[in-house]
Design a binder for this molecule. Sequence first.
Ligand code: HEM
Length: 505
Amino acid sequence: MKTDVENLWVFALAFKFKSLFSTNFACFTLLLVLTWLAINLIFWAHPGGTAWGKHKWRNFSSIPINKPIPGPKGAPIIGSMKLMMGLAHHKIAAMAESFQAKRLMAFSLGETRVIVTCNPDVAKEILNSSVFADRPVKESAYCLMFNRAIGFAPYGVYWRTLRRIAATHLFCPKQIKASETQRVEIYNQMLDSYNTSELDELRELVDQGYELLGTLNWSDHLPWFADFDVQKIRFRCSKLVARVNRFVRRIIEERKTETATPHRDFLDVLLSLQEPDRLSDSDMLAVLWEMIFRGTDTVAVLIEWILARMVMHPDVQARVHDELDKVVGRSSAVTESNITEMVYLSAVVKEVLRLHPPGPLLSWARLAITDSIVDGYHVPCGTTAMVNMWAITRDPDIWEDALKFNPDRFLSENNSTEFSVMGSDMRLAPFGSGRRTCPGKTLGLTTVTFWVASLLHEFEFRHCCQNNVDLSEVLKLSCEMANPLKVRVRPRRPPIEPHVLAFNV
Ligand code: HEM
């Protein structure tokens, strides 16, 4: 149990009273409990709840006099844990609205101070500030080795080195172009229902990892609770990480024994690094696991949402088909160079990213490494900061007819789509922004657009068995369709019978 100043104070007080009431132990215990409750109620009464109150009272003399950030108190001790359960992006947006705190809202998760914004200007302030360049510590992320990979490595030399290596050898335009043949190969495997026991195992590892990282872990916010591992997260992480170790290590060992590989890929680069960039085997394993992990699910989830929208809006699908016929032609297969000419498809992808951002809360929060001022409020070092991108992208003050699916909003008069979703415009920044922006955004977007274009070129997607598409969401690390999409597809090129496809992401 963490001993803090106020606990010591309670015990000192209790000790003093104990001698007075030594004959009446029950009175003493009652007094102890009442004093403890009174102190916690004082903390809890602060806007934003207990964690904010504690900070205020502990640093009473050093904090500049400033109005507090508005926000819910939540429950005493545990704070607003309920806010982060289930569809947290919906609940946070509604709470911010009711507190008139869309620009900046404070709340407590146990002992953790949190701020969240549903406003693009404040989002820019947070994401692009060097103060918020770190990630809050998550037990599951550490157990699953992500602290040795880019996503959760503390902001510093190691993180910078990894990002530089990844930017130079995996995410640069030349490397993305060079990996086109691999994406074509994988697309063809998708059509052949290609399945191996290795793929099944990988799917299981990624699914479990997503579930563990996406679960709100009470131990992260209530330190006195951590030893108990009530949700069994630590236990499940340690079982998973042993399997991940075996899986990824096997890939590395196989590659080390190969004499020549057809395409030099990221693993070859990692293996050939020389000092000072050389990574230990366990760091290499962590980096590869992260790339597999981040690269698979986000892409699959986004493709599923796009296809769902295509089924719901046959008129939009027909326009994409027309564009494909014009740019590619029915007799040819899609290539990635075709994609740059497909302006309407690009607008469709942006509109799906707007209504269904795979990371509605930008997946991983940020951590303040020093005290700072955000939107005029004092934000102390150690505060967790989140951006509710989902609320921003559906805000009627920002987007006309915000809930309407309308890709045309991204087409300008000269039929181009200039709106960048890469993090320069916070009205739609599904890949985050600033120092910790998604390094895989160009690769991810290229992959999604190419595979969607290829699927739509090959098939027409329709409702399956009179069922309407169910847009219900489930929030894990990404926001997925609660009921996986089932569609009927009709080949557009060779004339064969229609059949049913179920997408299993
Ligand atoms: C549609 C696809 C994707 C979406 C929507 C997405 C979204 C995101 C978001 C919102 C973040 C947090 C950014 C921030 O804090 O500002 C992130 C971080 C990250 N993403 Fe992606 N991502 C996608 C694809 C990929 C791919 C393909 C890879 C790698 C193969 C990747 C690797 C990463 C990594 C390593 C980080 C952590 C960056 C850091 O902390 O420095 N992502 N992504």
